[in-house]
Design a protein around this ligand. Structure first.
Ligand SMILES: [Zn+2]
Length: 175
Protein backbone atom coordinates (compact mmCIF):
# COMPACT_ATOMS: atom_id res chain seq x y z
CA UNK A 1 0.00 0.00 0.00
CA UNK A 2 1.32 3.40 -0.93
CA UNK A 3 0.00 5.37 2.03
CA UNK A 4 2.41 8.17 1.17
CA UNK A 5 0.39 9.05 -1.92
CA UNK A 6 -0.59 12.69 -1.49
CA UNK A 7 -3.83 13.77 -3.09
CA UNK A 8 -4.87 17.25 -4.06
CA UNK A 9 -8.34 16.53 -5.39
CA UNK A 10 -9.87 13.10 -5.15
CA UNK A 11 -11.55 11.44 -8.09
CA UNK A 12 -13.08 8.17 -7.01
CA UNK A 13 -14.66 7.74 -10.42
CA UNK A 14 -18.12 6.46 -11.28
CA UNK A 15 -19.92 4.15 -8.93
CA UNK A 16 -18.80 0.59 -9.50
CA UNK A 17 -21.20 -2.29 -9.56
CA UNK A 18 -21.45 -3.98 -6.20
CA UNK A 19 -19.68 -1.11 -4.54
CA UNK A 20 -19.47 -1.52 -0.80
CA UNK A 21 -19.23 2.15 0.19
CA UNK A 22 -22.56 3.29 1.65
CA UNK A 23 -21.41 5.72 4.35
CA UNK A 24 -18.77 8.28 5.20
CA UNK A 25 -17.72 8.34 8.85
CA UNK A 26 -16.12 11.56 10.14
CA UNK A 27 -13.56 11.49 12.98
CA UNK A 28 -11.24 13.82 14.81
CA UNK A 29 -7.78 12.67 15.83
CA UNK A 30 -8.24 13.94 19.43
CA UNK A 31 -4.54 14.81 19.32
CA UNK A 32 -3.27 17.91 21.10
CA UNK A 33 -3.13 21.27 19.36
CA UNK A 34 0.66 21.06 19.43
CA UNK A 35 1.95 20.09 16.00
CA UNK A 36 -0.92 21.63 14.09
CA UNK A 37 1.36 23.03 11.45
CA UNK A 38 2.18 19.67 9.91
CA UNK A 39 0.55 18.86 6.57
CA UNK A 40 -1.78 15.87 6.14
CA UNK A 41 0.92 13.63 4.73
CA UNK A 42 2.93 14.00 7.93
CA UNK A 43 -0.11 12.99 9.99
CA UNK A 44 -0.97 10.06 7.72
CA UNK A 45 2.58 8.78 8.16
CA UNK A 46 2.45 9.35 11.93
CA UNK A 47 -0.88 7.47 12.28
CA UNK A 48 0.49 4.72 10.08
CA UNK A 49 3.66 4.32 12.15
CA UNK A 50 1.66 4.34 15.39
CA UNK A 51 -0.86 1.68 14.33
CA UNK A 52 1.87 -0.44 12.72
CA UNK A 53 3.77 -0.44 15.97
CA UNK A 54 0.75 -0.98 18.16
CA UNK A 55 -1.59 -3.18 16.10
CA UNK A 56 0.54 -4.23 13.14
CA UNK A 57 -2.05 -2.51 10.95
CA UNK A 58 -1.95 0.46 8.58
CA UNK A 59 -3.47 3.88 9.25
CA UNK A 60 -7.11 3.18 10.22
CA UNK A 61 -8.60 6.02 8.14
CA UNK A 62 -8.90 6.37 4.39
CA UNK A 63 -8.38 10.13 4.34
CA UNK A 64 -6.74 12.62 6.68
CA UNK A 65 -7.31 16.37 6.68
CA UNK A 66 -4.72 18.57 8.43
CA UNK A 67 -5.55 21.96 9.96
CA UNK A 68 -4.06 23.67 6.88
CA UNK A 69 -6.69 21.91 4.75
CA UNK A 70 -4.23 19.55 3.07
CA UNK A 71 -5.46 16.01 2.43
CA UNK A 72 -3.61 12.69 2.44
CA UNK A 73 -4.67 9.15 1.87
CA UNK A 74 -4.36 6.69 4.76
CA UNK A 75 -5.82 3.65 2.99
CA UNK A 76 -7.11 3.02 -0.46
CA UNK A 77 -10.88 3.12 -0.64
CA UNK A 78 -11.02 -0.55 -1.64
CA UNK A 79 -9.36 -1.52 1.66
CA UNK A 80 -11.81 -1.67 4.58
CA UNK A 81 -10.99 0.89 7.24
CA UNK A 82 -10.59 0.24 10.94
CA UNK A 83 -12.27 3.21 12.53
CA UNK A 84 -15.94 2.57 13.40
CA UNK A 85 -17.39 -0.69 14.71
CA UNK A 86 -20.12 -2.05 12.46
CA UNK A 87 -19.22 0.31 9.60
CA UNK A 88 -15.70 -0.64 8.58
CA UNK A 89 -16.74 -2.78 5.63
CA UNK A 90 -19.25 -0.31 4.23
CA UNK A 91 -17.74 3.13 4.77
CA UNK A 92 -14.87 5.47 4.13
CA UNK A 93 -13.30 7.00 7.24
CA UNK A 94 -12.15 10.61 7.17
CA UNK A 95 -10.10 11.96 10.09
CA UNK A 96 -9.66 15.66 10.78
CA UNK A 97 -6.56 16.41 12.81
CA UNK A 98 -7.39 18.23 16.04
CA UNK A 99 -9.33 17.83 19.26
CA UNK A 100 -12.75 19.32 18.57
CA UNK A 101 -13.98 18.84 22.10
CA UNK A 102 -11.71 21.74 23.06
CA UNK A 103 -11.04 23.60 19.79
CA UNK A 104 -12.83 24.19 16.50
CA UNK A 105 -11.91 22.81 13.08
CA UNK A 106 -10.23 25.37 10.82
CA UNK A 107 -12.11 26.91 7.88
CA UNK A 108 -9.62 25.18 5.57
CA UNK A 109 -10.37 21.78 7.15
CA UNK A 110 -14.13 22.18 6.77
CA UNK A 111 -13.70 23.36 3.16
CA UNK A 112 -11.59 20.29 2.30
CA UNK A 113 -14.02 18.02 4.16
CA UNK A 114 -16.95 19.32 2.11
CA UNK A 115 -15.07 18.93 -1.19
CA UNK A 116 -14.09 15.35 -0.31
CA UNK A 117 -17.56 14.38 0.89
CA UNK A 118 -19.28 15.85 -2.19
CA UNK A 119 -16.83 13.98 -4.41
CA UNK A 120 -17.38 10.70 -2.53
CA UNK A 121 -21.17 11.16 -2.60
CA UNK A 122 -21.09 11.67 -6.38
CA UNK A 123 -18.64 8.82 -6.93
CA UNK A 124 -20.44 6.25 -4.80
CA UNK A 125 -24.00 7.48 -5.16
CA UNK A 126 -24.68 8.16 -1.48
CA UNK A 127 -26.82 10.81 0.19
CA UNK A 128 -26.08 13.39 2.89
CA UNK A 129 -27.95 11.36 5.54
CA UNK A 130 -25.24 8.71 5.17
CA UNK A 131 -22.53 11.13 6.32
CA UNK A 132 -22.15 10.25 10.00
CA UNK A 133 -19.96 11.32 12.88
CA UNK A 134 -18.25 8.43 14.68
CA UNK A 135 -20.57 8.85 17.68
CA UNK A 136 -23.62 8.62 15.38
CA UNK A 137 -22.28 5.39 13.87
CA UNK A 138 -21.85 4.10 17.43
CA UNK A 139 -25.47 4.92 18.26
CA UNK A 140 -26.53 2.73 15.33
CA UNK A 141 -24.10 -0.07 16.26
CA UNK A 142 -24.25 0.01 20.07
CA UNK A 143 -27.37 2.05 20.86
CA UNK A 144 -25.19 4.70 22.57
CA UNK A 145 -22.58 7.23 21.40
CA UNK A 146 -19.73 5.87 23.58
CA UNK A 147 -17.54 8.86 22.57
CA UNK A 148 -17.86 12.42 21.34
CA UNK A 149 -15.82 11.87 18.13
CA UNK A 150 -15.58 13.96 15.91
CA UNK A 151 -15.91 16.34 18.89
CA UNK A 152 -18.57 18.63 20.27
CA UNK A 153 -17.43 21.54 18.09
CA UNK A 154 -17.88 19.74 14.79
CA UNK A 155 -21.63 19.96 14.22
CA UNK A 156 -22.61 17.00 12.04
CA UNK A 157 -26.16 18.26 11.42
CA UNK A 158 -24.79 21.56 10.13
CA UNK A 159 -22.22 19.74 7.98
CA UNK A 160 -24.97 17.65 6.35
CA UNK A 161 -27.12 20.74 5.86
CA UNK A 162 -24.25 22.70 4.29
CA UNK A 163 -23.52 19.81 1.95
CA UNK A 164 -27.13 19.63 0.79
CA UNK A 165 -27.13 23.41 0.25
CA UNK A 166 -23.93 23.19 -1.80
CA UNK A 167 -25.41 20.35 -3.87
CA UNK A 168 -28.49 22.44 -4.65
CA UNK A 169 -26.34 25.45 -5.54
CA UNK A 170 -24.17 23.31 -7.81
CA UNK A 171 -27.24 21.86 -9.49
CA UNK A 172 -28.61 25.34 -10.06
CA UNK A 173 -25.26 26.47 -11.45
CA UNK A 174 -24.80 29.00 -8.67
CA UNK A 175 -21.31 27.82 -7.71
ZN1 LIG B 1 -13.61 8.47 15.73
Amino acid sequence: MDYSLPIAGVGFGPRRKGNHIQYVIVHHSATPIKGRDYPALWWASAFHRYTQRRYNAPCPYHLIIAPDGSVARGRYEKTPGRHASGFNRKSLGICLVGNFDIETPTKEQIASLQVLILDIMAGFGIVADSILGHFEANIITFGEPRKTCPGKNLNMSKLRQDIVTTQIMQREGMV
